[in-house]
Design a protein. Structure first.
Length: 131
């Protein structure tokens, strides 16, 4: 589980920070995006926690769509910033790694729980489009 979580953190950082070369963005710009993304990951986990049956899945669908759209916007903003320098990346990792790990752990747990149900699979479809 720990290895899977570590891989998720690395994947999350790579997804968020993008693969394009940096354009000289300042660390604070990356920091703002990462802070917002951690919040969105936690928001998503909180929405998923509320899903207990088909009715609650249907009720939470608009919230999932909204948070997915906001995460796509953050990804686009991150892509525009480009990839941070190695120094910036190390600083960002040091500052955000624990928060990202905690958010992904919650989110992953909820996704695993919901993936074993039909209503949960339907709810998770909205998040699969984030790739």
């Amino acid at each position: 589980m720990k290895k899977m979580l570590a891989a998720a953190v690395v994947a999350g950082l790579s997804w968020l920070l993008g693969e394009t070369p940096g354009y000289g963005a300042e660390t604070k710009d990356y920091d703002e995006v990462m802070t917002a993304m951690v919040k969105k990951l936690n928001d998503t986990a909180a929405i998923l926690e509320k899903i207990k049956d088909k009715a609650s899945a249907d009720k939470e669908q608009p919230g999932l769509k909204k948070v997915a759209a906001e995460m796509k916007e953050l990804k686009a903003k991150s892509d525009k910033l480009g990839k941070p320098s190695k120094e910036q990346e190390a600083e960002l990792k040091k500052k955000h790694e624990k928060d990202i790990e905690a958010a992904l752990k919650k989110l992953t747990g909820e996704a695993i729980r919901l993936s074993s149900t039909d209503y949960g699979k339907d709810a998770l479809k909205e998040l699969q489009n984030l790739k």
